[in-house]
Design a protein. Structure first.
Length: 315
């Protein structure tokens, strides 16, 4: 099967499955065309996933298709952007049809679930690597940046943290218990918080998605906003599965492990009081923003936790 046959068979059908409000021309020409309505900003981001670095070798292709788009879409959620479309640069060692069918299936489900239409891409041979660019839009000036946190704002996180990181301990489990199956699902099928991001526009002062670990990602907001924060470990949301599996070690996963793709937001206290239930019900308040730089956990300064760095490795 040649390059064009491969694209036609596995990727063009994905593009046709749904309409986008802004995509005027999808794959098939030299470029795609997107029309941004007057008064909206284009918000876009690119993510690369390398086999053996971002996902295990011989990873199930349907999981990979879902995960790749979920991870990219999570950055749109963190900006409060409405999802529009994406491009896919796919590098594969061989045109393995079974692999391609699985991958395209996972990608198709994610594309539908997140409202992101395939706009085009590039297909090459080489070591398995995926690069996705996602496009979203917001009302002009409404994107939630990392720079907006102010002293007195509350620090909040969505969902529960640590499950996806704990899942790495069980990737080869042949007969997973229900608790192990639950954390594995968090790793294989991340659900980016797109709806929460959109409803947080005009409420949150800053936001980041938790990809590298809560401490590391909150630190990004604090640095960008030139503030500090106090957080309380007892308020960090942990799932019952993680508690049962890891006992006292659960908190360490919730603070330091990545891949959960929840949102960490800062919210001015008066905005929190008047926030709609759609937002309040999704979030746990874990602390407050302070003028003094640095992150304080349970009253103790917590050393810079920089998360995984591709050139330095894990801290
Ligand atoms: P060109 O050589 O003009 O850059 P390509 O041969 O790379 O174009 O791609 C032909 C068309 O197929 C383009 O519209 C491109 O967006 C689309 N395409 C290529 N690979 C993919 C892919 N993996 N997913 C979706 N569309 C793709
Ligand atoms: Mg061309």
């Amino acid at each position: 099967m040649g390059e064009f046959e491969l694209i036609r068979r596995y990727f063009l059908p994905l593009a046709g499955q749904q309409k986008s409000r802004t995509l005027i021309l999808g794959p098939g020409d030299d470029c795609a065309i997107q029309r941004i309505p007057a008064g909206r900003d284009l918000v876009f981001s690119m993510d690369t996933l390398v086999e053996g670095v971002h996902f295990p070798r011989n990873y199930r292709p349907d999981y990979l298709g879902w995960r790749a788009l979920a991870v990219a879409a999570s950055d749109l959620a963190a900006m409060g952007a409405s999802p529009e479309c994406f491009t896919l640069a796919l590098t594969i060692p061989t045109a393995d049809e079974q692999w391609l069918a699985g991958f395209a299936g996972g990608l198709r489900r994610a594309s539908k679930a997140f409202g992101l239409v395939l706009a085009g891409g590039d297909t090459t041979s080489g070591p398995l690597t995926l690069t996705l660019q996602v496009h979203g839009t917001v009302e002009q000036g409404a994107a939630i940046r990392r720079t907006g946190a102010r002293p007195g704002d509350l620090v909040a996180v969505s969902g529960t943290l640590g499950d996806a990181g704990a899942a790495l301990d069980y990737l080869n489990e042949a007969n997973p218990s229900p608790d192990i199956a639950a954390v594995l699902d968090r790793y294989h099928s991340p659900r980016p918080r797109l709806a929460l991001g959109i409803s947080s526009r005009g409420v949150a002062s800053a936001a980041v998605d938790v990809s590298d670990g809560l401490l590391a990602d909150l630190e990004h907001i604090l640095e960008a906003s030139e503030v500090g924060a106090r957080i309380d470990s007892a308020r960090i949301p942990v799932s019952p599965h993680l508690k049962r599996l890891k006992g006292d070690a659960a908190l360490g996963y919730a603070l330091r492990s990545g891949d959960d793709y929840e949102l960490c937001l800062t919210i001015p206290a008066e905005c929190w009081r008047t926030a709609p239930d759609a937002i309040r019900n999704e979030l746990s308040v874990i602390g407050t923003v302070e003028s003094r730089p640095g992150l304080v956990l349970d009253g103790k300064p917590c050393g810079a936790d920089t998360g995984f760095d591709h050139f330095k490795g894990s801290p």
